[in-house]
Ligand binder design. Structure first.
Ligand SMILES: Cc1cc2nc3c(=O)[nH]c(=O)nc-3n(C[C@H](O)[C@H](O)[C@H](O)COP(=O)(O)OP(=O)(O)OC[C@H]3O[C@@H](n4cnc5c(N)ncnc54)[C@H](O)[C@@H]3O)c2cc1C
Length: 460
């Protein structure tokens, strides 16, 4: 058996990125993956397939709603859902094979099967035991549910089932108005499904800047999604033709049904079968692997990253930790700035954020100023029928240093990175305002919001 410097468990964005960085830093590295394909949740049943279906359903929406306005006459666009699924599967396959290529290129061994940690220097995969100096756990997460709601991936589905339905349902109930539920709800709503979202809180996307969240909900409502807010789901049951959901709102118990129920009430760390607790590893109360600020677990030589530990369950957060932990193991100074991790919702319009929300600044007693700019004042946005939405930049009232940015609008998921870079450099709103932005681009709205933090936006 090869004696490895590092064995990485799990090939999601945390694991495979970490393995590549380990190899680049000269460490003899293996990666263990139990699925048939590499890439973890993100590439197989998460970020990538959902974005493929968002793209396909958005394109259909454009064809049915906006093509005509531009003089593009395509009579009666139709959906071939099997073909759409094939397209999605092809996108997954291209991406997972791409990771296989990258592992080979970096001379990383792929140990196929489920890993069990024997001790801090040994991992078994099937019949074989492999020796290693270090172990990185990147075992990811799995969908979680709520009491009396059992996911059967047939009528009551998780996001995994929702990505691979055999046909477009006539109706869908989405339990939970978080990122995944709203992205999946948007996909099916655009394809013609009657989508009802049930949420426990009185606003969608908990944790998001409230003004953006309210604006986002209004936009989704206009697009046809229905919302039942402040309602607690008590149970969901499958029948042969539909699924029934009982929820409690105020004091009333109400029963509704739909062809499909999507449970999107969050995800929980996946640590089954690792043998981690048995060898002295510790979990938090929420089932996350406990780590210190160098991603070291309570067992020396064993590290953990990504969805399996605390923090936002995001692919890029897992990737950053993957690179940083490799550097720590190689004796360098791995670092992740948790204050500058962007969040994006890939609906149309997109929603993006980084840094503090207005509510957080108020709570912390920080004196701030707000620069806002509507995409209505952005010529490019209007040309692509996306004048709705706005940019909101938050800066320190005294120093002008950027503290956060929240936006809803075209390409928001790309635009946010200008602010991420600015925040990493400790930039002020004026720094953005003084930077020349090409015309006509959506990015001009970012500059205008920065100008609004000072003497005023030009096109407001
Ligand atoms: C529908 C959906 C959409 C999403 N969209 C986005 C998005 O747009 N942007 C974003 O940033 N995030 C998104 N996410 C979240 C993102 O997928 C996760 O944050 C990310 O995949 C976490 O990466 P990870 O490496 O920690 O774990 P994972 O990607 O979960 O990978 C863990 C891997 O470890 C393997 N594994 C576990 N235990 C073992 C073992 N004992 N032996 C061998 N292998 C093992 C698993 O099989 C799995 O392949 C989405 C998630 C879902 C479900």
């Amino acid at each position: 058996m090869t004696n490895y410097d590092v064995i990485v468990i799990g090939s999601g964005p945390g694991g495979y990125v970490s393995a590549i960085r380990c190899a680049q830093l000269g460490l003899k590295t293996a990666i263990v993956e139990g699925r048939d394909t590499l890439g973890g949740t993100c590439l197989n049943v998460g970020c990538i397939p959902s974005k493929a279906l968002l793209h396909a359903s958005h394109s259909y929406h454009e064809a049915t709603h906006n093509f005509d306005k531009m003089g593009l006459i395509i009579n009666n666009p139709k959906i071939d859902f099997d073909k759409m699924q094939n397209y999605k599967n092809d996108v997954i396959s291209q991406n997972t094979k791409g990771i296989e290529f990258l592992l080979k290129k970096n001379k990383i061994d792929w140990l196929k099967g489920w890993a069990k940690i024997v001790n801090k220097n040994q991992v078994t995969v099937g019949e074989n035991t492999h020796d290693t100096k270090n172990i990185i756990i990147a075992s990811g997460s799995e969908p979680s549910t709520i009491p009396n709601v059992k996911i059967d991936e047939n009528r009551i589905v998780s996001s995994t089932g929702a990505l691979s339905l055999s046909k477009i349902p006539k109706s869908m109930i989405v339990i939970g108005a978080g990122v995944i539920g709203l992205e999946m709800g948007s996909i099916y709503s655009r394809l013609g499904t009657d989508v009802t979202v049930i949420e426990y809180m009185d606003h969608i996307t908990p944790g998001m800047d409230l003004e953006i969240s309210k604006n986002f909900q209004r936009t989704l409502k206009k697009q046809g999604l229905k919302f039942i807010m402040g309602a607690a789901v008590k149970s969901a049951k499958s029948t042969k033709t539909k699924a029934n959901v009982i929820y409690k709102k105020a004091d009333a118990e109400i029963k509704i049904d739909a062809e499909i129920v999507l449970v999107s009430t969050g995800r929980k760390p996946f640590t089954n079968g690792l043998n981690f607790l048995e060898i002295g590893g510790e979990l938090t109360e929420r089932g996350q692997i406990k780590t210190n600020n160098k991603w070291q677990t309570s067992v020396e030589g064993i590290y953990a990253i990504g969805d399996a530990i605390a923090g936002p369950m995001l692919a890029h957060k897992a990737e950053d930790e993957g690179m940083a932990v490799a550097e720590v193991i190689a004796g360098k100074h791995g670092h992740v700035n948790y204050d500058v991790i962007p969040g994006v919702i890939y609906t149309t319009p997109e929603v993006a954020n980084v840094g503090k929300t207005e509510e957080e600044l108020k709570d912390a007693g920080i004196d701030y100023k707000v620069g806002k700019f509507s995409f209505m004042g952005n010529g490019r946005a209007k040309a692509v029928f996306q004048g709705e939405g706005f940019v909101k930049l938050l800066a320190d009232a005294t120093t002008d240093r950027i503290l956060g940015c929240h936006l809803i609008g075209p390409a928001a998921g790309d635009l946010i990175h200008e602010i991420c870079v600015a925040m990493e450099f400790g930039a002020s709103a004026q720094d953005i305002a003084m930077t020349c932005h090409a015309h006509p681009t959506f990015s001009e709205a970012m500059r205008e919001a920065a100008l609004a933090c000072g003497d005023g936006a030009i096109h407001a």
